[in-house]
Design a protein around this ligand. Structure first.
Ligand SMILES: NC(=O)c1ccc[n+]([C@@H]2O[C@H](COP(=O)([O-])OP(=O)(O)OC[C@H]3O[C@@H](n4cnc5c(N)ncnc54)[C@H](O)[C@@H]3O)[C@@H](O)[C@H]2O)c1
Length: 456
């Protein structure tokens, strides 16, 4: 791996050096041919013929389910035929938005029994993902399941098994992995643009009540309008509690805290960009500092993760942080750091920062120096740009569209998705183990290849 990476690193540096020299010579090369080569915007995979209509149903018609369905309906040849939710208000909204003729129900199995449904979007709270996914695949439906794929570390294997046994297409909803930004970062890392990866970090800063899961509770919320008994039927029995239903993220029976909600996105992107299968050591700390509203999950969480050396990447460390009491608010980022630079990665932009000094082992520079003789030892160098920003082309539909399009293309072509059950489990597992580490006050050990917990 080292030789391969070294040779692509040299080729990357050479491209940069040539481009910089061209700019200095005023040839405009950087903005023309050279730019087209080095900075080309990737061509997107366009889905198959829309004549092949795919009928979908939505299970869990809240915020994300509605958004996912809006995105899915942008893909040509996709039609919504049914919606399931446990709160009547959501079913009413669905009919208002998508037409009175769609079938609505509180019972997801009624959706799975329908012959006119080819695929389902599952966007319920996390504690229902595994069961509905498994049932849906066994009922012959393709599944787009929101992240995290599962609610507990023990639930992953059943989803992987169901996917293998049924052969249905199964995609997990961390949309970033299908984005131009993640693809560009993958390509840059492979080409040696930041040298040897040694560290990565991600961060979320939030403060506004709506951002930190204090959602409004509908005025008509009651045991009549909400199917509470079904909601809690696979977890601890409790009397009706509107907060536990509408603000489910704050409670461990239904949600997966900051790690399952947010860290999981960064694991997905990081694993896609680095071709990694995951960390082997996980440690978390944090606390509940401010939002004393009955929540059971911390509002400040720090996680550190050790990634071992594999065929795909060197050993590196990851640090993830999330602060729901951050007065600066609004920041989210993923950064990869290597021996020669770093990349800040979003779904539609990559900012590459390089070391200021041109590497002394750059073959182009060394060759020139050799030809010039010893009198030129102090000759100044042409410096590459310190920062290069790769921006998605105007009009780019974004990661969510690409991810959905990837799902429907796989259905139509019997192909593969970016984020299947194994990928989804490998992204969810370190997030879930982060919670286990926090609550057990101890590091967790994981075999990411075999996807097994290691007891020490
Ligand atoms: N990919 C992303 O960027 C992203 C963003 C937000 C949420 N999500 C994920 O989407 C899922 C939903 O989150 P949300 O913010 O939309 O929550 P939400 O509370 O707005 O929506 C959840 C909906 O599911 C319904 N529901 C609960 N149990 C059900 C069941 N058994 N059967 C049918 N319906 C049920 C609820 O009534 C509610 O309408 C979560 O898993 C979350 O992690 C992903």
């Amino acid at each position: 791996m080292k030789d391969e990476q070294e040779s692509s690193r040299r080729s990357f540096i050479k491209k940069l050096t040539t481009a910089t020299a061209a700019v200095a010579a005023g040839s405009g090369l950087l903005t023309n041919q050279s730019q087209a080569k080095t900075f080309s915007i990737q061509k997107r995979l366009i889905g198959n013929s829309p004549n092949d209509q795919v009928n979908i149903a939505l299970i869990g018609a809240g915020g994300m389910g509605t958004q996912d369905t809006i995105t899915a309906l942008q893909v040509p040849g996709v039609k919504l035929v049914a919606v399931c939710d446990l709160y009547d208000g959501r079913l009413k909204d669905a009919k208002t938005r998508w037409g009175a003729d769609i079938f609505t129900t509180r019972v997801y199995k009624e959706i799975l029994n329908r012959k006119d449904v080819d695929a389902v979007i599952i966007a319920t709270p996390d504690h229902w993902h595994q069961q509905i996914s498994v049932d849906a695949m066994h009922a012959g439906k393709h599944v787009y399941c929101e992240k995290p794929m599962v609610h507990a570390i023990t639930e992953g294997p059943a989803v992987i098994k169901a996917q293998k046994e049924t052969g249905m297409i199964f995609q997990v909803g961390s949309q970033g992995v299908s984005s131009l930004g993640n693809e560009k970062a993958h390509e840059l890392l492979k080409s040696g643009a930041i040298g040897e990866l040694n560290y990565a970090e991600g961060f979320w800063a939030r403060r506004a009540p709506l951002e930190v899961w204090q959602y409004p509770i509908p005025e008509d919320a009651s045991p009549q309008t909400v199917d509470w008994e079904t909601y809690i039927s696979n977890t601890k029995k409790r009397p009706f509690d509107e907060k536990r239903f509408f603000r489910w993220r704050n409670y461990t029976d239904y949600g997966t805290g900051m790690a399952g909600d947010l860290f999981v996105h960064l694991f997905s992107s990081l694993h896609f960009i680095t071709d990694s299968v995951g960390p082997n050591k996980i440690y978390a700390s944090g606390g509940l500092r401010f939002w004393n509203d009955g929540r059971e999950v911390p509002d400040v969480l720090l996680g550190t993760f050790d990634y071992g050396k594999t065929q795909a990447h060197p050993a590196f460390n990851l640090s993830l942080r999330c602060n729901f009491v951050d007065g600066t608010s609004g920041t989210t980022y993923l950064k990869l750091v290597g021996s020669e630079g770093s990349m800040d990665i979003t779904w539609d932009k990559v900012t590459l920062k390089r070391n200021k000094v041109l590497a002394s082992d750059d073959p182009f520079y060394l060759d020139k120096l050799k030809k010039a003789g010893s009198g030129y030892a102090e000759r100044k160098k042409m410096l590459p740009p310190e920062e290069i920003v790769y921006d998605a082309e105007k009009g780019y539909l974004g990661g969510p569209y690409d991810h959905m399009n990837n799902f429907f293309t796989a259905i139509r072509s019997k192909g593969k998705v970016t984020e299947d059950a194994i990928f989804g489990y490998r992204a969810a597992a370190p997030a879930l183990l982060c919670n286990d580490s926090y609550y057990n006050n101890s590091p967790m050990f994981w075999d990411p290849e075999k996807m097994q917990l290691i007891k020490k």
